[in-house]
Design a protein around this ligand. Structure first.
Ligand SMILES: Nc1ncnc2c1ncn2[C@@H]1O[C@H](COP(=O)(O)OP(=O)(O)O)[C@@H](O)[C@H]1O
Ligand SMILES: [Mg+2]
Length: 245
């Protein structure tokens, strides 16, 4: 199992004793119960665990999409604790790329327009040229003017990867990015994600049920009921019985 060699000691993510509850009234759920996790710059972490264990919620906290109730959240050198909505949005635009299982492209925009959105928000004058280059890099140079509904699932996820990577984020978070794809298409998406790490030193945090993908990471972090249960070296075989749900 190959490992890339971008890991260094500079922390990209520093979570200490993070608590998160969501929902209101009787529906309020205590989701993250004191999570501490440090991720080095350029490191690839696979996040695994049973359904409902808090994986997506943890990604949302470190991407600046949810605010922790308490604890320390520092990402790309910026403390997120106490930031308001606007400041969090600016933080995401500067530092974080996000890929979802269900692609989340804007259906009324072409592939090119979808990828150009974050570049325009970042004030890039070359947004469309840049978006075209990113789409070409993921093998979609011939699909620039197609709408999401005219693309296969694998092609839509390639657009989403191009959109996430175009602003050259320090950190890429991906929530089951291959979960809606067949095995071969999923493998190709995973290659694109890891190629960004090799080319740009992007820090990766990937939620996955795919053991092959998890093992390709430097480290596998396992969540259970809102706690970090175990951390393994990614390239080592997982112990028997440790297969995530
Ligand atoms: N917005 C929300 N309001 C209330 N409960 C939520 C919300 N989002 C997630 N949950 C609950 O938090 C727990 C963890 O969810 P999630 O982070 O999506 O887990 P995973 O990604 O590991 O499947 C689940 O019990 C889920 O139902
Ligand atoms: Mg989830």
């Amino acid at each position: 199992m190959q490992r890339d060699s971008f890991s260094s000691s500079a922390p990209a993510v520093r979570l200490d004793n993070v608590q998160l509850s969501l929902g209101s009234g009787a529906a309020r759920v205590h989701i993250l119960k004191g999570v501490s996790l440090h991720i080095g710059s350029g490191e690839a972490v696979g996040l695994v665990g049973p359904s409902g264990s808090g994986k997506s919620s943890l990604l949302m906290v470190l991407a600046g999409l949810e605010r922790a109730d308490s604890g320390t959240v520092e990402v790309a050198g910026e403390p997120l604790t106490g930031l308001g909505e606007d400041a969090l949005a600016r933080f995401r635009g500067r530092h974080v790329g996000i890929i979802f299982q269900a692609f989340h492209l804007i259906p009324t925009m072409t592939a090119l327009e979808n990828v150009a959105v974050p570049l325009e928000l970042a004030g890039r004058a070359d947004a469309f040229a840049r978006a075209a280059a990113e789409l070409t890099a993921v093998g979609l140079g011939h699909r620039l003017d197609h709408y999401p509904a005219q693309l296969s699932g694998g092609e839509q996820q390639r657009v989403a990867v191009a959109r996430a990577l175009a602003p050259e984020p320090a950190i890429l978070v991906a929530d089951e990015p291959t979960g809606n794809l067949d095995e071969e298409t999923g493998r190709q998406i995973m290659e694109l994600i890891f190629a960004s790490r090799a080319a740009r030193g992007t820090t990766l945090v990937i939620v996955t049920h795919d053991l092959g993908l998890a093992r390709r990471c430097d480290r596998v972090v396992r969540l259970r009921s809102g706690h970090i249960e175990a951390e393994d070296a990614g390239a080592a075989p997982l112990p028997a019985g440790a297969v995530p749900a």
